[in-house]
Design a protein. Structure first.
Length: 67
């Protein structure tokens, strides 16, 4: 919810998921329009993921579920 993150940062934040599982879940979120991947033109390539407007709009729902 706080902005764009690299995959390694996401892995550090989600301790119970393997890299494969996290990748699959992120791809499903992307397919659902909740997040996007951005490939930055640097060497070595850098990919960041961030929430779309729709993804940010349902943040209150996620917060309620966590409580």
């Amino acid at each position: 919810m706080s902005g764009a993150l690299r995959f390694s940062q996401l892995c550090q934040g989600v301790f119970c998921a393997t890299a494969k599982t996290l990748t699959q879940q992120l791809r499903e979120l992307e397919a659902g329009g909740m997040m996007r991947w951005e490939v930055l033109p640097v060497v070595p390539p850098k990919v960041e993921s961030s929430l779309t407007g729709f993804g940010r709009s349902i943040a209150p729902v996620f917060a309620a579920m966590c409580q």
